[in-house]
Structure formats: C-alpha cells, structure tokens
Design a protein around this ligand. Structure first.
Ligand code: A2P
Length: 393
C-alpha cells in the first residue's frame, strides 16, 4: 500500500486566477489551463514560496492522500474535495515529522496580515469564473474618464458595457482583462486583474455595465492598454473572480475600509451599494484613504458629496502638506478605531499597496494592546468570522 502524503492543493472556488503563485514557484510545480490553476504533486517540494504571495489564501490547502490527485483531476474541479477518511493509522504514518517542518515553514509564510480568507457570513453567494481564457466575454467600452489631475499620475475610470451577456458581479469581486497580442513566446497574454468599482446593479443602476479603476503604470502592458481604450472599443474580459472580499448583506454591519490609490475601487462599490439600498440606516462605514495629494486621489470630487452619516472619511496625503499615511491617521483616530475593533459587527477591508499592510497591522496592534488585547488573536477571530479582508499588490 502507498504511504500517505500531504498534498498541496488550490481551492478553485476562492482562487482569482492571478497566476502569481505560478510565477513565484521556484520548481515550476504550478500550472494552469483555461479553467484552473493546479499543483503537480510530483514536483512540489512544499517550499511555501507561493503561500505569502497568494492574495486570497486559496493556495493554503492541504490534503493527506494515499494517491495524489492528478493534474487532470484538479483541472476538472469546481470545488475542492473534502479530506478523505484514510483511517487513523494510515493518516498518521510518517506525517508527523513533515507536519512539524511544514508548520514551521507555514508559520513563517503566514507572518504579517496574510492568511486564509473567509467571506462574511451574510454575503450574497458570488458567481465565479464564468468567463475564462478560452471563453472570455467581449465587453464594449462606454467611457474612459480621467480621475486625477496630476500629469505624472494617470488614473482612469473605465466603464464596460457587457451588452446582452450575463455578468453577475458582487461588490469586492475582480475581473480579468486580456491585453491583445502575444508574449515573447508567441503565447496570448494572461489576463490582468482589476477590482470592480461599481455595485452589483451596474455603474448606472440597472444597466448591464461595470466600472474599473486603473492606474497607468510605466511600461505596464495592460494598464496602458486599458488607460488608452476609447469609447466603442471591444475588450476581452474574464471572471468574475473572488469569493471572500465581499460585503456583508447585514445592514447593521459596520465597515472599516482602509485603502491607497486604486485600492479605493472595492470601497467605492461598497459605498454605492449602501447608498442605493439602505443609505444612512446602516451600521455605518468609515474609510481611511491614502493618496499623494487631493489631485491624485481617485474620486475626490464625488467623495466630497457622500454624506458623513453614510461614510466617515479620513483622506490622508503623503505629498501634500505634512506627510501622512493611512496608518498614521488610524493611530490618530485611536478612540474611534479602538471602539470599532471591539465591536463584533465590524468588518475590516484593506486594499491597495502591499507595503501598507505592515504599517496598518502595527497601528491595529498598538491600539489593541493599549486596550489590553492582542491584535494577532483578535485578527484571527475576525478572519475566521469572515470579518477581515486584505487584498494588496
Ligand atoms: P508615497 O508618497 O510615499 O508614494 P498611489 O498608488 O496613487 O501612488 O497612492 C499610494 C499612496 O500610498 C501614496 O500616498 C503613497 O505614498 C502611499 N504609501 C506608499 N507606501 C506606503 C506604506 N508603506 N504605507 C502606507 N501608505 C503608503
């Protein structure tokens, strides 16, 4: 009989097909087809290099198996199989030592705010992976608007009309855009992921359209393509993706949103959803939003029209007046944040630059500790409850 092994797997329901794990695997054990991203058990050496780079935690899945799942079977999955019952003795055989080593590597990989994400308990069920590389949706550009006034910092609001195609999207989900052309090996480009910045009923209420918030990156293949799109152009779109960074339907839920730059996209969709539904009769929303200056803060104008009773705003600037990052303002708003952290109705959303994560985590630690709490433990409880969500890049 085969000795059981611990097999590293990816949850296809949560994976957003960003392929970052595939690009970071030092032994080439991760691959994808049009549907799924999969791990080859023969070549994976459990080095954990892919764990911290995964933005959703979908890569943090393990099964003890007598016979590893083949690549072919993983490609077929729409959901991850449950752990098979191998019998007590078999499952324990020879795995203890490996578990210790893995636990140490995993603990290291989980340092910082990363970890397995869970959707809010009251979130609507998302549709995922409806359109893929082999079968993308064709959208038509309805508009491309400049959001920033800074010539060196071009951020665009792009509206895509999905026409007669079904494209069910929830706030917080992402879509892929496939840039035209091929890479240096002659293969089609992989899609680049963008968070949707419009709510589920459309950028315009009850229109079948979505909006994206895209920053032009120097030499960015896809961002330049998207930022140069013109009204009437066709765009190949995949998705929707993302099953955890979703908003609670519970009207009493309190949303604490922290973002930088284009990380504001999902926060805009959350705000518009509440604006169009329960409005100010909700548990409330608070945003800490970091940008270089008012001129480079996406949606600065529209934000000024959102009433404080719906959204409490803390807009901070790093290159305008005294330099301030979101974590500095979180600390300055100690009382407000401390009260939010202690409330089981609070949901935290962090989106934007990866560098921000550590600073925000430290600010929460300081605030929690001065109230006699351990932030790491509080964060684990929140994550397990589906109340802590991070999407950084
Ligand atoms: P900086 O002036 O230091 O670049 P954008 O993507 O539009 O440039 O906005 C990102 C914002 O996030 C900028 O204000 C940027 O400031 C800020 N930022 C950069 N690094 C961090 C960090 N480690 N923590 C928090 N904010 C950061």
């Amino acid at each position: 009989m085969n000795k059981p092994i611990k097999q590293h797997l990816i949850d296809p329901e949560i994976c957003i097909r960003c392929y970052t794990c595939e690009m970071s695997c030092p032994v080439g054990a991760i691959e994808h087809n049009d549907d799924n991203v999969v791990i080859n058990a023969d070549s994976c050496d459990l080095c954990m290099a892919c764990i911290p780079v995964c933005p959703t935690g979908s890569i943090d899945e393990w099964r003890v198996v007598n016979k590893p799942y083949s690549l072919e079977s993983q490609y077929e999955w729409e959901e991850l199989p449950e752990q098979e019952d191998l019998g007590q003795d078999e499952a324990a055989t020879g795995l203890e030592a490996l578990d210790d080593a893995m636990a140490a590597l995993l603990a290291d990989a989980h340092k910082g705010a990363g970890g397995k994400a869970k959707a809010p308990a009251s979130a609507a069920k998302p549709t995922i992976n409806m359109y893929n590389l082999g079968h993308p949706a064709t959208a038509t550009v309805q508009g491309n608007f400049k959001l920033t006034d800074d010539p060196k910092h071009d951020v665009r609001h792009i509206i895509l009309d999905m026409g007669s195609l079904p494209f069910p999207i929830l706030e917080g989900q992402s879509v892929g855009v496939i840039p035209p052309g091929t890479d240096t090996e002659g293969k089609p480009h992989l899609p680049r992921l963008y968070s949707v910045s419009s709510p589920r009923d459309g950028e315009r209420p009850n229109f079948n359209n979505i909006s994206l918030t895209v920053k032009r990156e120097d030499n960015g293949l896809c961002s330049n393509y998207v930022c140069n799109l013109e009204k009437g152009d066709s765009v190949q779109v995949t998705g929707p993706f993302g099953a955890t960074f979703l908003m609670p339907s519970d009207p009493d839920a309190r949303l604490l949103m922290i973002c930088t730059g284009t990380g504001a996209a999902p926060m805009r969709s959350f705000t518009m959803r509440r604006q169009r539904t329960i409005g100010e009769n909700s548990g409330g929303m608070t945003i800490f939003f970091g940008a270089r200056s008012p001129e480079s803060l996406p949606y600065f104008g529209p934000l000024s029209k959102v009433p404080p009773a719906l959204l409490e705003q803390h807009l901070v600037y790093s290159r305008h007046g005294e330099k301030e990052y979101v974590q500095d303002r979180i600390l300055a708003e100690y009382e407000k944040v401390s009260e939010l952290l202690a409330d089981p109705k609070t949901h935290i959303y962090i989106c934007g630059l990866r560098g921000m994560e550590e600073g925000v985590d430290r600010a929460f630690s300081t605030i929690a500790e001065s109230g006699g709490e351990q932030w790491a433990a509080m964060r684990d409880v929140m994550r397990e409850d589906g109340r802590y969500h991070v999407e950084t890049y």
